[in-house]
Design a protein around this ligand. Sequence first.
Ligand SMILES: Cc1cc2nc3c(=O)[nH]c(=O)nc-3n(C[C@H](O)[C@H](O)[C@H](O)COP(=O)(O)O)c2cc1C
Length: 368
Amino acid sequence: MFTTPLIAAPMAGGTTTTELALAAQDAGAFAFAAGGYKTADQLAAHIAPLRSAGIDFGVNLFVPRTAPLTSVQLIELSEYRTKLRTTAGLYGAAVPEELLAEDDPRVQDYWAQKIALLLADPVALVSFTFGLAPAEVVEQLHNVGTQVLASVTSVAEAVAAAKSGADALVVQHANAGGHSAAFLAATGTPPVAGAVEASGSGSSGNGSSGGRSSMKPATLPQLISEVRSEVLLPLVGAGGISTPEDVKAVLAAGAESAAIGTALIRTNESGARLLHKNALGDPSYTDTAITRAFTGKPARALINDFVRDYTDAAPHAYPDVHFATAPLRAAAAAQNNPRALNLWAGSGWKSARTGPAAAVIAGFLQFL
Ligand SMILES: Cc1cc2nc3c(=O)[nH]c(=O)nc-3n(C[C@H](O)[C@H](O)[C@H](O)COP(=O)(O)O)c2cc1C
């Protein structure tokens, strides 16, 4: 399925620019465009140069939630929004009064429009995260010659994804930076409770992870082998990969390719905020944690004041919490203050290098 064992993972929210995807391709990685948060027009513009380059690439989409918030979640969200107002005020920002309707295109992440775009003008691969694409969408994509990848975080999710018609799986370990792909709450690797779950030592991408239940695979290679023994589809390993040895271990465990995200955040072509890039190189950050504080969905980030102050209170309410915290995060960024920013980072963040993406990719590929 892939012509290279290294994949530049999709990173929505600005990090995966067209330039980063092109640079990754040029350097010998398989590139994924990041379709999350974008309108269909923005996605079309994002991938137009990749189409022109004539090399296969993938497009990643967020699967929207299938049910509105429950009354309990709505109460928790309301309480959280009240709490957020304290910090928002400190930054001169306001928590939006409006709660978006379930059928608002922003809540649905412009799903229908982006699927229509990808059916009208197909790409080689489409990957999904936050859930499984409905069977009819998988079939429609297959009919236009597109292969479908599902993102999973556990054996149970892998089995469900295989049944959904996916052609391959992205197997994401909880050490991954940014949002977890988990969609089966009872079996996904991120904690269901709100408490901060810190990473392990942070020095090794695939080291053991403090605070995690012994039921969950401690390393990405372990998770790959567990999935491998249950599912025959090609696998892509992701989460905490920071050295060529990590890639080799993932391949040896049965994956066809390994995906890197955090390792590319600080590169020249990455569109991450400078504050984010600099934070990854700042020794005053000592660990990462999984938190719902920024978006209402578990995501791994550097531990800053916002993570410390808001993780316990954050409800399961994605994307409502994302929209509630957005003005606050924008104000903090405008004030050059990383304390309330979502500094997404995988457990291998200390190894993320500055410079051209090509150099980072070459560093991984030269030992394979
Ligand atoms: C800044 C950032 C944004 C991300 N955005 C997405 C996304 O839009 N879609 C997705 O499937 N995964 C997303 N991820 C997860 C990555 O695709 C990948 O699974 C992860 O980065 C791998 O772990 P690593 O960061 O430790 O290398 C994101 C990760 C980061 C760090």
